[in-house]
Design a protein around this ligand. Structure first.
Ligand code: TYC
Length: 101
């Protein structure tokens, strides 16, 4: 007997899965000025001043800090734009994008 199911599918399958979310993580380095890190967090990731300061200080002290979560393409675009804006000024600021657990 064949395992192939020849019955027409009657119900349209509605895709309800939410898009997976990805974290953008800020990494510390010894060269990028603190004020520049805060500006990038405000401009690119829309953090307010106190959030941006807190994220920058946490990365500075612990080595890394999660900035926010987004769908994959948004996370990658924001991280790329932030990295490139730092690179244009010669700063090695870096972000990673990783899937939420
Ligand atoms: N450590 C940098 C300095 O002392 C500041 C800094 C903070 C850089 C956080 C990157 O993710 C960072 N100038």
């Amino acid at each position: 007997m064949s395992d192939i199911n020849l019955k027409p599918r009657l119900k349209a399958k509605i895709k309800t899965d939410r898009p997976k979310l990805y974290r953008v993580v800020l990494l510390n380095d010894d060269f990028t000025p603190r004020d520049f890190v805060v500006s990038v967090l405000k401009l690119e990731f829309r953090l307010d001043s106190s959030q941006a300061e807190m994220v920058m200080v946490t990365a500075h002290q612990k080595g890394a800090c999660m900035v926010s979560v987004y769908p994959r393409d948004v996370a990658e675009t924001k991280a790329d734009r932030a990295i490139n804006s730092a690179r244009r000024l010669g700063f090695p600021l870096h972000f990673t994008v990783e899937p939420e657990a």
